[in-house]
Design a protein around this ligand. Sequence first.
Ligand code: GCB
Length: 601
Amino acid sequence: MKSIFLLISLLTVIPCVRAQQTDLIANTEGRKTISLDGQWQTIIDPYETGYYDYRYEPSASGSFKNAKPKNKSVLIEYDFDTSGSLKVPGDWNTQEERLLFYEGTIWHKKSFDYQRNANTRLFIYFGAANYLADVYLNGEKIGRHEGGFTPFNFEITKLVRDTGNFLIVKVDNKRRRDAVPTLITDWWNYGGLTRQVKLVETPATFVQDYFIQLQKGSRDRIAGWVKLNGDKLNQRLTIRIPEAKISKSFTTDANGSAEINFNADLTLWSPDNPKLYEVIIEAETDRLQDQIGFRSIETRGTEILLNGRPIFLRGVCIHEEAPFRGGRAYSREDAMTLLGWAKELGANFVRLAHYPHNEFMVREADRLGIMVWSEIPVYWTILWENSATLENAGNQLREMIARDKNRAAVIIWSMANETPLGEARLSFLRNLIERARNLDPSRLISAAMERHYLADKTTQMIDDPLGAYVDVFGCNEYVGWYDGLPEKIDRVEWKMKYQKPLVMTEFGAEAPYGNHGDALTRWTEEYQENVYQHQVRMLKRIPFLRGTCPWILMDFRSPRRPLTGIQDFHNRKGLISDHGEKKKAFYVMQNYYDELKRAAR
Ligand code: GCB
């Protein structure tokens, strides 16, 4: 009886969800969009008073109603109009001093007018919200999204009004043991609407998504699919690449899908020549354009082959941290600064750690000719046995691939970083690998893993069982920093159980810019430089090494780094400071990459 009551009361209080999260609209850049960026009104709500009632039940009259007292006697204990505001896109932590360490809920509200044309549909698109977002339009719930680094959208065609719409988003960045990432990370838990928010207008039946890339193993055959969404699903569809004189027609089936497959004589994308083609997808009811590069990526034994030729990945790791101003990076300018520094270092490859970065990073990498490793935040000690955690990770993987699968720059999907050995972890990660290969059979799969010493204490063995399932083995090692002093690096030998390419995905040492001393004094630029000098000598001795990614391009904020006067809540392993100053180690890596470039010519 009690449970029936509970059910009835829940049914009456929980606002019904009228809209559903729709599959991602790939390529919002090619669409008519209306930006909702700018100041949003906000309410800080650490106890989620605007969401739960005092019995901790979801309330029917929460802050999402944006209620106003109808007369002077009415009690309403919140008011967006008087509570302050925050800039979107933007993390809240760096916008107000009192929010620097804040982990909890903030309500965001934006009003807009929108005159919808008949025969168009409207979606609300979020580049990312960290971590959990509950979205309401005009007081009605339209959906929820979990995961802080991937895009999502909801259709609002039937809910939007000509004038006076109010969009309210509850963003919650509380960490949870069962979440992805989990409780501990070595980066700042920046909360908020950290990427662009926009309205996306489409025709009634539109090109929702497409995969247009070279077929695995081929350099002259395009293979993929196009998917329509709407009620006129059966259409004739043409793919045109005017510069290559290609025009191929297909028919979509009853589900709106068409497989595509045709020969194409193309100039292939590479770091030396990052050629992008204008690709036009023309359906009967829609037309969409994208800039797409074509290249092949595969492995043969311990080689990585780009367009059939062995390549060494001269990489560097990057966090999505804004140069100069701090906080989350979100703009094209941020991407150009970070990738510009990577280029200056001599990099042809970046490891975007430890979660999918904003779309500007990937699109700029495409234009600049920088290959990309893209990763989901399956980091350290995830709850391997929890099926909801696996679904969450799988969803973040799906959303990452959905957004970036047409970017030639992306060559590697990474499943995880430094995860502990064990059966449950192995089956969790194998499950993700299988999903990734189904979603995108064309790219390489990897993960950043660990290594251990053999009995002689100087032979590093790479034999993580996950190695059997990846294409490229990523290894993090900090010899000379967490593991001995710099001279130890010279004594280390490397062995690998797998006949696969190895990328050293992390190594480094920590020093604030301008802190000087001798080469054995921790936290000095000289110590960091010393580690890099020894590392480069060691790396040159590893026969199956096919790439290096020093940790990290630029200093970044981390709650795990409290050392006053040195770290001040920053991980200072950057080759460049967060103010753009290059440390001595930068030049050691730059020289190494110069040498590698010359040798490759
Ligand atoms: C690691 C982690 C990275 C840390 C880094 C460090 O192994 O993958 O997220 O920031 O070490 O500086 O300790």
